[in-house]
Design a protein around this ligand. Structure first.
Ligand code: PEP
Ligand code: MN
Length: 340
């Protein structure tokens, strides 16, 4: 870390900061300027850094303390330069092939989930999505079928030879959901639920961590670090749109986050154009754009009868739309050296 002294700092105050750093056991590399002194501190272990930085920053004669290393280690590319490829029962996520996750927003009935899943599978999706536990802004709207929904997903996925991704919202349900799911989805509203992240870190089931709707990329990567720190290395990230001043779309899908993440982390990156836009008519174009900017996978909502959907009907594609999407996506994937 680098300590920038205030410009009125006296020689004694500079000495005081140097002694504190040395007492903690770290090397001191000062640059004494005519206006201002800057002190480099080297060898500070990750676990102690935040505390020491705060302690120095609390001194009135310190202007600023700057961390040099990124505040996440296991998620960073510096730590692991090569891309992580997660193996979900034979389906690679993060390699050359783009992972297609598709299905209804919410498991409503067996028939509705079956119709959606069958159409998605036939069009080329390998992973079935669907919420059994639904995070709802309104306590009056449908909250999901719970365990019954998990059973429906598992049964249909087995019959269609698909993998299951579904959301877990509660720290008490991580083990239960893992019994039915191949990938645990942690939703935007829970990105900073640190108990849930820690619990997912204890699991060995793959986790898709969605971006908090107001989260900066650095906060998102620190959330991923919680899971990685627990020893679960099967973590992928999902950009699903963030809150901005724009209200025409449900969220603003931040596609710049995809190449940015590729620079910062080795973890696979998925894009959700359904929550990202909230509008069916925009999903296809953003799906293509996501693949063009380097996404490793897509998660798309498909409903056999969107007008009857209990949730997110306006952003759900019909089964026919999804077939068309896969057809139009293929040449885009090929153009950037990927396959579907
Ligand atoms: C969803 O995938 O249906 C969902 C609720 O996602 P998010 O957490 O991104 O809103
Ligand atoms: Mn949804």
């Amino acid at each position: 870390m680098i300590v920038v002294m205030a410009n009125h700092a006296t020689a004694e105050q500079i000495q005081d900061v140097e002694s504190r750093i040395q007492d903690w056991g770290y090397g001191v590399h000062p640059i004494y300027g005519s206006e201002r002194t800057v002190i480099g501190a080297v060898g500070v272990p990750e676990a102690d850094k935040a505390r020491y930085m705060e302690s120095l920053e609390a001194l009135p004669y310190v202007e600023q303390v700057i961390g040099i290393l990124r505040p996440y280690k296991f998620a960073s590319r510096d730590y692991k330069p090569e891309d992580t490829v997660i193996d979900v029962n034979g389906i690679p996520i993060g390699g050359n092939q783009i992972a297609i996750m598709a299905g209804p927003c919410t498991v409503e009935t067996y028939e509705q989930t079956w119709e959606s899943a069958k159409a998605c599978r036939d069009a080329g999706a390998t992973i079935l999505r669907g919420g059994a536990y639904k995070p709802s802004t309104s306590p009056y709207s449908f909250q999901g079928l719970g365990v019954e929904g998990l059973k429906i997903l598992r049964d249909i996925a087995n019959k269609l030879e698909m993998q299951v991704i579904t959301e877990v919202m509660d720290v008490r349900n991580v083990e239960l959901v893992s019994q039915y799911a191949d990938i645990l989805q942690i939703g935007t509203r829970n990105m900073q639920n640190y108990d849930l992240l820690r619990e997912a870190g204890k699991s060995r089931t793959a986790v898709m961590l969605k971006r908090g709707m107001s989260a900066k990329i650095e906060e998102w990567l620190q959330a991923a670090e919680y899971i990685l720190l627990g020893g679960n290395t099967n973590v992928m990230l999902c950009e699903r749109g963030i809150r901005t001043f724009e209200t025409y779309t449900r969220n603003t899908l931040d596609l710049s986050a995809v190449p940015a993440l590729k620079e910062l982390t080795h973890l696979p990156v998925i894009v959700d154009p359904s929550q990202g836009t909230g509008k069916r008519s925009l999903v296809l174009a953003l799906t293509k754009a996501a693949v063009a900017v380097g996404a490793d996978g897509l998660i798309i909502e498909v409903h056999p009868h969107p007008e009857q959907a209990l949730k997110d009907g306006a952003q759900s594609l019909t089964c026919e739309h999804f077939v068309q999407l896969m057809k139009e996506l293929r040449p885009v994937a090929e153009a950037v050296g990927r396959s579907l």
